[in-house]
Structures are given as structure tokens and as C-alpha cells.
Design a protein around this ligand. Structure first.
Ligand code: SF4
Length: 75
């Protein structure tokens, strides 16, 4: 499994993650920040666990984030 974290408060809504991995990242129409689809919030950090097969696409999204608020870890 992999674990994704997003420090959503600091998102600048650049859309990079959503372009790379639209199954997992969408821009909110409400506040313009990226939403981690299916994620759960805990103390301001959004979390999602996924199978290993989703590592690469989310790793690309992580690298593309200009403010480094996405983490992808193997668990
Ligand atoms: S790449 Fe980073 S800053 Fe840009 S929308 Fe996604 S989470 Fe927000």
C-alpha cells in the first residue's frame, strides 16, 4: 500500500496534480484548492491509502507540486 498526505491549507490551486492524476486530484469550485479524492482530513492534513499500483502517478503529482505539500509514502 501507499499513503498520500496533502497539507491542503497551503495549496495554491495551480492545478498541476489534477492534470497529472485526475482520478485522485480535483480542484474545488468552492475555494480553488486541490481536493484529494476520497481522502480524510485529520488536523488539517488530508490522507488517503491506495494500492502500490497507484504509486507512480501520485509520485509524479508530488514532484509537480510547486509548494511541496503532497507526500507519497510506501506503507
Ligand atoms: S500541485 Fe500542489 S499547489 Fe498545485 S493544486 Fe496540487 S496540491 Fe495544490
Amino acid at each position: 500500500m501507499i499513503s498520500i498526505q496533502q497539507y491542503r491549507e497551503r495549496c495554491i490551486g495551480c492545478h498541476a496534480c489534477a492534470e497529472i492524476a485526475p482520478d485522485y486530484w480535483r480542484l474545488s469550485r468552492q475555494d480553488g484548492k486541490a481536493v484529494l479524492v476520497g481522502g480524510k482530513e485529520k488536523r488539517g492534513i488530508w490522507n488517503l491509502s491506495l494500492p502500490d499500483s497507484e504509486w507512480e502517478i501520485n509520485e509524479q503529482a508530488r514532484k509537480a507540486c510547486p509548494v511541496n505539500i503532497i507526500q507519497v509514502r510506501r506503507t
